[in-house]
Write a protein that binds this ligand. Structure first.
Ligand code: TMP
Length: 391
């Protein structure tokens, strides 16, 4: 499997690096994680093409979360807010605007530059025990540490937790949200498995992880982003009351068999069926002379394209709003990525929706495509075609 965001220029063909993508489940601690983890520097660099602000839905989501924190920690109380993986500053910009002390760790050069241009204080480093200590020494300890879709990216999770415990005030909270294992399993969302998703968290695994660092999960909340995520609130053990929601969620996981190997064997079988159904559908459409275009060159699409063996003969191109991906080829499968405007111009018969987690936003934006007879192909939770009136 290539790296999910290693979109390449045509002249870079033949220079891709590949790794063995395999996820495993630990019967002891309940963690699902990749067996081989590519080096972080290979993934998050100056040309890293993911920008949080490319989705209006995500911008609204982070604004809501920032306002919640501001209500609990008003500017008058002089809080210090830290974000791990602050990307283009979408979340922290709300604190900049209110003059609140903040800092974001962001090693990816492109997004960090956009954040700085908005006045977001950005530390150009990976977050770990060392960089967290440095910040604590320089600016003091944090009231809130926030991370969204970042914790699951970090192979050195223990150093990250150690960093959190060095940087957080004794009564501070660490809030993080990531794709939730339970949703990946129920949606057969195998495309959540790629190089950057080193871990898929369950409540049980996060509780165990926090415990090993003198902390505990005091609350959690399912959040409807990235195809189903869980937001965890973690703090030093005993510093906050623990919500009954934590034990309830753990009981649901046990009831669903999230602690059993057989659950993962069943998942693998559903994934293989989904792969075959998608490939067969695309081959069938090709035989019928239909034109299929991909919609959104997501990180997840790299897993789908390469795992299912989808070639440029089956999918003519993928449209995407991110300028850094346009004009390039998708990693491994080499499907051309074209500007978003080409979707309307090319007017395909079918659109394979890779950004299924942004489905509502996209269907609303593309109502004209469906009205004109265009059909959507979905593969989560199962391979299906949505005809007129269904999107
Ligand atoms: P991700 O799934 O890896 O977060 O990436 C989302 C990608 O989807 C990103 O490249 C932008 C793209 N996108 C579109 O092209 N159109 C859209 O309407 C949305 C919401 C996302």
């Amino acid at each position: 499997m290539p790296l999910a965001n290693a979109f390449l220029r045509p002249e870079e063909l033949g220079q891709e690096s590949f790794f063995d993508l395999a996820a495993a489940f630990c019967l002891d601690c309940g963690m699902v994680q990749l067996l081989e983890q590519p080096a972080c520097e290979k993934m998050f660099h100056a040309e890293y093409p993911f920008f949080t602000g490319s989705s209006q839905f995500m911008k609204n989501h982070f604004e809501k979360q920032a306002l919640k924190i501001l209500a609990k920690y008003p500017p008058s109380s002089d809080p210090f807010i830290v974000e791990i993986g602050s990307n283009d500053g979408t979340f922290l910009s709300h604190f900049t605007r209110h003059g609140v002390r903040h800092a974001g760790f962001e090693p990816a050069g492109g997004p960090a530059e956009i954040a700085r241009a908005q006045g977001v204080q950005t530390v150009p480093s990976f977050f770990d025990a060392g960089s967290a200590s440095d910040l604590a020494g320089q600016d003091g300890r944090a009231d809130v540490i926030f991370a969204a879709n970042v914790m699951c990216h970090m192979p050195n999770l223990h150093s990250v937790f150690e960093g959190v415990s060095r940087l957080l005030k004794p009564a501070g909270v660490f809030i993080f949200e990531d794709p939730y294992l339970g949703d990946v399993l129920s949606g057969t969302a195998y495309d959540q498995i790629y190089d950057e998703h080193v871990f898929l968290f369950s409540v049980r695994a996060v509780m165990g992880l926090a415990r090993r660092h003198g902390m505990e999960v005091s609350d959690l909340e399912p959040v409807p982003v990235h195809g189903g995520s869980m937001r965890f609130t973690v703090n030093f053990k005993g510093s906050k009351p623990v919500s009954p929601r934590v034990d309830e969620a753990l009981a649901v996981e046990t009831q669903r068999g999230l602690d059993k190997a057989e659950t993962f064997h069943q998942f693998r079988r559903r994934v293989e069926e989904s792969r075959d159904a998608l490939k067969n559908l695309l081959e069938d459409l090709k035989k019928k002379g239909k034109r299929v275009m991909g919609y959104a060159a997501t990180s997840k699409s790299t897993t789908v394209l390469n795992y299912c063996g989808i070639t440029p003969g089956l999918l003519e191109s993928i449209c995407d709003t991110t300028p850094a991906k346009q004009g390039k080829l998708s990693p491994g499968a080499h499907i051309p990525v074209v500007p978003y405007e080409d979707f309307k111009k090319n007017n395909p018969d079918y659109a394979l929706l890779f950004a299924w987690n942004h489905r509502q936003e996209i269907f609303a934006k593309e109502a004209e495509f469906s009205r004109g007879g265009g059909q959507w192909i979905l593969f989560v939770p199962e391979v299906q075609i949505l005809g007129a009136g269904q999107s």
